[in-house]
Design a protein around this ligand. Structure first.
Ligand SMILES: Cc1cc2nc3c(=O)[nH]c(=O)nc-3n(C[C@H](O)[C@H](O)[C@H](O)COP(=O)(O)O)c2cc1C
Length: 298
């Protein structure tokens, strides 16, 4: 394990370690205006949502690591405390990157990046028409985290209007379809990630029941050489183990007869084989049957 004290590193190195590790980060494509009404739009991946009631997002335009200067976006929200956070999807990402060029103050990145201004309803900065979700926000507070190059500035913004493109909605529920929005994340260096297709997966929430926990799994399951930490997490997220009757019924159903025929005399091999079957079932999300398989010899 490489163990580092940030005090011993250059800011650029701390930045690199943190940005590769704390990833992927969503991207706020923030449009703001200055006192004269000049429009600015720039991306910030030090960004997230922190509250739903009131709805609050925070992003952080840092002081330049090279010059220590504040960014135009920060200067703008200090004089006109309003911002539109435009969410970045895959179709937008190259233009967003282009808009991050450090153009001089007063240059409109909408023009440089070839994007379309759409008037907002409750705030003065325009929205990015091409963005799938646009959040009109009022800036409530700005928290300066330092005064040196690389220091962040938390722009705490309350969402006062939400616009969602119909193209990304589930037509039945009018909610956002996670497959359709295709949001991108920023990682370290030049790396980005896409959130669609095979990279999307679900994890069942431990909401309605209190899971027994990994500590309560029988030792032969907890110490399995086949099952991974993810498998143990799934197995621990059940309220109780299947009862004897259910296990016996499953054992007699013939579903795992082949395993018993192959390894019946070799208990260790039989168990290992059953654990492989359980692992496959867990990967398919079938926790209940995985438990029945695991308990078939106990
Ligand atoms: C995807 C992406 C994410 C970025 N995230 C941040 C960030 O979180 N904080 C920051 O200070 N700069 C970030 N940058 C760099 C700024 O966008 C860049 O410095 C920009 O020129 C600032 O514009 P402004 O001076 O007009 O506000 C990011 C750049 C890209 C491409």
């Amino acid at each position: 394990m490489l163990t580092l004290d940030p005090k011993d590193l250059k800011t650029a190195q701390v930045h690199q370690y943190l940005l590769h590790a704390v990833a992927p980060r969503p991207i706020a494509f923030a449009s703001t205006i200055d006192a004269d009404g000049n429009v600015n739009v720039s991306p910030f991946s030090f960004f997230n949502v922190f509250s739903a009631n009131p709805p609050v997002v925070i992003f952080s335009p840092a002081r330049s690591g090279r010059t220590g200067h504040t960014k135009n976006t920060l200067d703008n929200v200090r004089v006109v405390p309003e911002v539109v956070i435009n969410i970045v999807n895959y179709d937008l990402v190259q233009q967003v990157s282009l808009a991050s060029t450090e153009y001089p103050k007063g240059v409109n990145e909408f023009v440089k990046a070839g994007l379309t201004e759409e008037p907002s309803l409750k705030v003065k900065p325009p929205r990015v028409k091409e963005s799938p979700v646009q959040l009109e926000c009022v800036v409530k507070d700005i928290v300066e985290l330092g005064t040196q190059g690389g220091a962040g500035n938390l722009v705490i913004a309350e969402v006062v209007m939400i616009h969602v493109s119909e193209n990304i909605l589930d037509p039945e529920t009018n909610m956002i379809d996670q497959h359709k929005i295709d949001v991108v994340g920023r990682l370290g260096g030049d790396w980005y990630s896409r959130n669609s297709g095979a990279s999307l997966f679900k994890v069942a929430k431990p909401l309605t029941t209190i899971g027994i926990g990994v500590d309560q799994l029988p030792a032969y399951v907890r110490n399995s050489k086949v099952l991974t930490g993810n498998h143990l997490g799934q197995l621990g997220n059940v309220e109780r183990l299947p009862d004897e009757e259910a296990v016996l019924h499953y054992r007699n159903s013939g579903a795992i007869n082949e395993a018993f025929e192959m390894y019946g005399q070799h208990r260790e091999k039989l168990e290992e084989h059953l654990h492989h079957i359980a692992a496959r079932l867990l990967d398919e999300g079938n926790v209940h049957e995985a438990w029945l398989v695991l308990m078939a010899t106990h």
